[in-house]
Design a protein. Structure first.
Length: 310
């Protein structure tokens, strides 16, 4: 009996500890919690904005922090929503996470970062945890082993994260995170991060799009078209190297993606930029000026491809 009581007590303590960690990580305080809240806000916006035709921007943070949906809406006269979230969620989880709000007449513009395109299985560090946080455990058919590991980690708060939150409370009087800043009515970010510590270096792309990503995007096209919507693909803007390997891999990626759906990109530069002043804190995220330039180019490309009226 005593052994049973000790075992029960251990499970109770372990369960309580996991629950506290889950509340911090997924509900309020941890980075995942801010990502979840941003995602839920975007989904609510998409369900509220109803029109015969809409443009939905989909991808990771390399789309969230690069496209100005409000400016695109103004230029095209079509409701435009920035539905992009975070690359480490993984392509196989990002795509089904927004499928519920795609409807007939929509133009879905998928702009995946190269970390998503080059990935061999479609899953990232946050795949299982993100699905569980939004109430859809296993979203994207994440493997059972990875899901179990992610669920376990969902209840574990790291010392680094807790220390940051403690400092936030002392210095700011509130908890903050990378995605804790408000978003606009179009789903755009309102605060741009700036690179402060490390110097810029040119990003290299050492491989082309993976067979898995091609299959998943092809499947996504079928899912989008089944809803009466249209899929368009776009290459990311990057602060990158112009070496032959990088350009060759990007060119091959564009060619392969073009077999699935129209691909929007500059045929000369391949969307590789060598001016770091356009960028904010990463090789993908743009500052306000860069976002405006990028969005204006996308508008022109959508028109040139006859996806939207000229």
């Amino acid at each position: 009996m005593n052994k049973f009581l000790r075992l029960s007590s251990w499970f109770a303590i372990a369960g309580l500890t996991w629950g506290v960690g889950y509340l911090y990580n997924a509900r309020y305080g941890g980075e995942l919690s801010w990502l979840r809240m941003m995602y839920e806000q975007k989904m609510a916006i998409a369900k509220e904005v109803q029109a015969p035709q809409r443009i939905l921007i989909v991808g990771g943070s390399g789309a969230h922090y690069t496209v100005d949906a409000e400016l695109m809406q103004k230029d095209l006269g079509i409701p435009t929503l920035n539905m992009a979230t975070d690359g480490p969620i993984g392509l196989d989880v990002i795509l089904p996470s927004i499928s519920d709000v795609i409807k007939k007449g929509d133009i879905v513009v998928l702009i995946p970062e190269y970390l998503l395109l080059l990935d061999d299985d479609g899953f990232g560090d946050r795949s299982g945890q993100f699905g569980a946080a939004i109430g859809k455990p296993g979203l994207g058919n994440i493997p059972t082993k990875q899901l179990a590991q992610d669920m376990m980690l969902l209840g574990v708060s790291t010392l680094k994260a807790v220390t940051k939150s403690s400092l936030d409370l002392v210095e700011k009087g509130r908890l903050t995170g990378y995605y804790s800043d408000p978003i606009t009515a179009n789903g755009d970010p309102t605060v741009m991060k700036q690179r402060t510590k490390s110097k810029w270096w040119s990003l290299t792309i050492n491989d082309s799009v993976s067979p898995h990503s091609l299959r998943r995007i092809q499947q996504f096209k079928q899912e989008v078209e089944a809803k009466g919507a249209t899929l368009v693909l776009g290459l990311s803007w990057i602060y990158g190297s112009t070496d032959s390997t990088t350009l060759g891999n990007i060119r091959k990626t564009a060619e392969e993606l073009g077999k699935i759906a129209p691909v929007l990109y500059d045929k000369e530069s391949l969307n590789v930029k060598t001016d770091s002043s356009l960028f904010a804190d990463t090789h993908y995220h743009l500052n306000p000026s860069g976002r405006r330039t990028r969005t204006t180019e996308l508008v022109q490309q959508l028109k040139a491809a006859n996806i939207v009226p000229n």
